[in-house]
Design a binder for this molecule. Structure first.
Ligand SMILES: [Fe+2]
Length: 510
């Protein structure tokens, strides 16, 4: 007979599932602690969250001259609702998804709209008039009836423009369809019977020909799911690869020949006698290896592993492969995943993070013929790099420039685990330039937006949001890419502080 956990793991006989916490006593200590500390630390306003973000469309005040060729919409996603009725999630990654749309018109008019993703969990909590304390890193009482991981799917990590819609992406479950103007949620994405309910991670990769690749992990069954969506085919191609012990891969890269999925040794080892969240069911093994899983795109079952030293990574830039079969891509290297265990729980309690693990930028070089690899650090002053982006026209091909966030060691925000700069690095020369925001203004992920009138990686703009937690404003900033440093051209201000978010995508309008 199946126990509760096994039931929770089963998805109508499919491979999909997450280890889910068992029932426990309700707790609001996280809420009490956060609100006790909030007056002492204004930066905590970034993590307070919203209750109902659907305030309609707001026209933003624009300063500077908006580039006339930059017209479209920036969609962003991130944890948006953190608490309700004196109950608060315990981990930043558990906040209910909040999709935001910054629309840029041809006349330089910028408007903003935001809406919570109406997932099954959100609707359940609305109906029950409560906040169910269960999720990726939260364990508490769970009145949610768990029929699949999508019962807990908060759709809060990223967005994907697809088929005239926006998909809100989580990591352990399905994508959610979002109507691109109203931002209303239209249910789960179901592309085929075979793929229904399979996990679709938050960092899919799209080739220049339109083919989309993604992965998902099924921890309790020790399996990886590989997705291929061809533009000429309605149904996805699914490959299942056994892999045990499973870890939490967050990102991967694709070259013209291979899929490259790094698997850090944060292994799924749940203790059946201990009450814990999905995150806490994992154990970091620094004595084991970072396994780089290299799969043939024509048949992902044809794969091999290159073992590297144990490090933790969230994100990678873009993979490309030279004539000698050497794959290169950049990653933000951490000594371990403690940021996820410590800092992202601390901020939910309202405690400044301690023992912050900071990242450095490295380049992977994987020799597919010798089946060996190295990790090469860049020699620069960058610390705490994150959110790498490239010119998407270079996807799966050699790129030169990476845009990311970073920090300098003097930044007061760094001790709170927050970054203060948008940075560009030339991965060939190692040259770095950037723009540093004022102390109280925290940048979120910035994107490179190509200029339709040019094709070089420097022909375009940087576009990104920032959160001024003193003025309680949110801004959309656009930069000209200069020879030395990004030059701020214009900014649009929303007179409201939105929660600190994660990833976005830009949709160009002609
Ligand atoms: Fe991410």
């Amino acid at each position: 007979m199946l126990n509760r956990r096994e039931l929770a793991l089963g998805v109508t006989g499919s491979l999909c599932g997450l280890m889910l916490p068992i029932r426990a006593t309700p707790s609001n200590s996280t809420y009490e602690s956060f609100h006790k500390n909030l007056p002492k630390h204004p930066w905590l306003k970034l993590y307070k969250g919203v209750q109902d973000a659907d305030t309609g469309t707001t026209q933003c005040q624009v300063e500077g001259n908006w580039p006339t060729d930059l017209v479209g919409a920036l969609y962003r996603n991130g944890p948006g609702r953190m608490e309700r009725d004196r109950r608060r999630y315990q981990h930043w990654f558990d906040g209910d998804g909040l999709v935001q749309k910054w629309s840029i018109g041809p006349n330089g008019v910028v408007t903003h709209r935001a809406r919570l993703v109406h997932t099954d969990k959100y609707l359940h909590d609305e109906a029950q008039n409560e906040l169910s304390l269960v999720g990726f890193g939260t364990v508490g009482d769970d009145s949610v009836s768990i029929s699949s991981p999508d019962s807990l799917n908060v759709g809060n990590i990223s967005v994907l423009p697809r088929d005239d819609q926006i998909w809100a992406l989580w990591e352990g479950g399905s994508a959610w369809r979002i109507e691109p103007d109203s931002l209303s949620t239209k249910g789960i994405v179901e592309l085929s019977t075979e793929s229904s309910g399979l996990p679709f991670s938050a960092h899919p990769r799209v080739e220049p020909n339109g083919t989309l690749w993604n992965f998902g992990y099924v921890s309790h069954l020790g399996a990886l799911v590989i997705w291929r969506l061809d533009p000429w085919k309605k149904e996805p191609t699914i490959t299942v690869i056994p892999r045990s012990p499973m870890t939490i891969p967050h990102d991967f890269v694709v070259t013209d020949k291979h899929l490259v999925l790094p698997l850090p040794p944060l292994h799924y080892e749940p203790d059946p006698d201990v009450e814990h969240s999905f995150l806490d069911a994992h154990v970091w093994h620094p004595e084991r290896s970072l396994d780089i899983l290299i799969m043939d795109k024509n048949d992902p079952n044809d794969h091999f592993v290159v073992e590297l030293a144990a490090d933790w990574y969230f994100h990678y830039s873009n993979g490309w492969e030279d004539r000698d079969g050497v794959i290169r891509f950049e990653g933000m290297r951490y000594d371990d995943p403690s940021l996820m265990y410590d800092a992202f729980k601390s901020v939910m309690r309202g405690d400044p993070p301690t023992n912050l693990s900071l990242s450095d930028l490295v380049q992977f070089r994987i020799d597919t013929r010798a089946r060996k690899g190295t990790v090469v650090p860049f020699k620069n002053e960058l610390i705490a790099c994150e959110f790498p982006r490239i010119d998407q026209r270079r996807s799966t091909m050699q790129h030169e420039w990476v845009t990311m966030l970073g920090s300098n060691s003097q930044s007061p925000a760094l001790k709170f685990g927050l970054l203060n700069s948008v940075v560009r690095i030339n991965t060939t020369s190692g040259a770095v330039n950037g723009f540093t925001y004022p102390d109280q203004e925290i940048p979120e992920e910035h994107l490179f937006i190509p200029n339709p009138n040019g094709n070089r990686e420097t022909d375009g703009w940087l576009l990104g949001t920032s959160l001024d937690y003193i003025a309680e404003e949110t801004r959309l900033n656009v930069f000209k890419i200069g020879p030395e440093a990004p030059e701020l051209l214009a900014r649009a201000t929303l007179p409201r502080l939105m929660p600190l978010g994660l990833h976005g995508q830009f949709v160009t309008e002609s």
